[in-house]
Design a binder for this molecule. Structure first.
Ligand SMILES: C[C@@](CO)(OP(=O)(O)O)[C@H](O)COP(=O)(O)OP(=O)(O)OC[C@H]1O[C@@H](n2ccc(N)nc2=O)[C@H](O)[C@@H]1O
Ligand SMILES: Nc1ncnc2c1ncn2[C@@H]1O[C@H](COP(=O)(O)OP(=O)(O)O)[C@@H](O)[C@H]1O
Length: 292
């Protein structure tokens, strides 16, 4: 996330994430699932601006009319939570410009929520300790705390326990977001946790080596088969990416879907893969990067 002070306010670029590895070892007594995931932030950003406003309300405007701007929006929930936890009483006006497709497994809503915590902490000069901000993030959603870290981290628990990992080389991807979305809750509901969970070890070793081809071999997502059983048409996206072998080291669905990504051998290869995929009508296609 990139946070900048601007005249009279704060501006944030809130990135999307990809899950390069996602295992779901089991269901928890609280109804959530235990996860182990390698997540990376990529350079596709929602833009948010925050300005002081008279009164003590939270007013959100958003350029995507399909999204709610009341307490159902994670931005409003994050702002209200920070206000009640800190006791701060100013009003704020927030403008949200969406670029990250919704229900795609790219966690745009979670990233917007993390951006809101970080921005308002700065705007209101709260100096909230990082651990306390992370705890609030976990209360808003399982993926929110990741965005207070990055660019690469292992997330455990229900996703909210985040451990940074170093990124020795930039990673280049081609991203395909189909028009059809998937609900995270639906996908988890239909999952049968594995008898023997897969280890995250090999892909972490590959990342440490800085080898895209090794990393490609380690890509894994336990939720992909479930998502494809709910939306069989996603197989077309999967197969189109799998057919791009010379450009890509591997491909995978992100999170609970419905976006897929291919890992490029380098930036040029990811961009070439995007050019091949664009005319196929699979959805929205773009080359993106996770940089150190
Ligand atoms: C699958 C993942 C992978 O990164 O991402 P997305 O595809 O949503 O981006 C995450 O686990 C999603 O995290 P997030 O989208 O923040 O989930 P939440 O809002 O906390 O929960 C939405 C619903 O998903 C289910 N859920 C979520 C996380 C988890 N560890 N176990 C679950 O069972 C629960 O039914 C919950 O009510
Ligand atoms: N600021 C926001 N941006 C996007 N979606 C939001 C936001 N706030 C709440 N939501 C709700 O969260 C749902 C999924 O969020 P999103 O993070 O985009 O997808 P995913 O969980 O698949 O990564 C959407 O259906 C949307 O109604």
């Amino acid at each position: 996330m990139i946070v900048r002070s601007i005249a009279g306010g704060v501006e944030v670029l809130a990135p999307a994430k990809l899950n390069l590895f996602l295992e779901v070892p089991g269901r928890r007594p609280d109804g959530y699932h235990e996860v182990e995931s390698l997540m990376v932030a990529v350079d596709m950003f929602d833009e948010l601006t925050f300005r002081e406003e008279e009164g003590d309300g939270v007013a959100l405007e958003c350029d995507d009319p399909s999204l709610p701007v009341d307490g159902r929006n994670l931005v409003v929930r994050a702002a209200e939570l920070l206000k009640s936890e800190s006791g701060h009483r100013s009003g704020v006006r927030i403008a949200l410009k969406k670029a990250i497709p919704a229900q795609a497994g790219l966690a745009g809503g979670s990233s917007d929520a993390a951006a809101t915590l970080a921005a308002l902490d700065r705007l209101w000069d709260l100096k909230t300790p990082p651990g306390r901000l992370a705890e609030m993030a976990g209360r808003i959603g399982s993926d929110v705390a990741f965005f207070l870290h990055g660019p690469a981290a292992v997330c455990r628990g229900r996703g909210e326990l985040v451990e940074d990992v170093s990124l020795p080389i930039p990673l280049h991807f081609v991203l395909v977001a189909p028009t059809v979305g998937l609900s995270t809750a639906d996908v988890y509901r239909r999952l049968k946790p594995p008898q023997e969970p897969r280890s995250i070890g090999p892909i972490l070793d590959a990342l440490a080596l800085g080898s895209p081809s090794e990393l490609g071999r380690g890509l894994f997502n336990r939720l992909q088969g479930v998502a494809e059983s709910i939306r069989p048409e996603l197989a077309r996206v999967r197969d189109a990416l799998a057919g791009l072998d010379p450009h890509l080291c591997g491909s995978l669905m992100s999170g609970s879907g419905s976006a897929y990504f291919g890992l490029g051998r380098d930036r040029e290869a990811a961009e070439r893969a995007a050019e091949v995929l664009k005319p196929l009508g699979l959805g929205w296609v773009r080359a993106v990067t996770c940089g150190p």
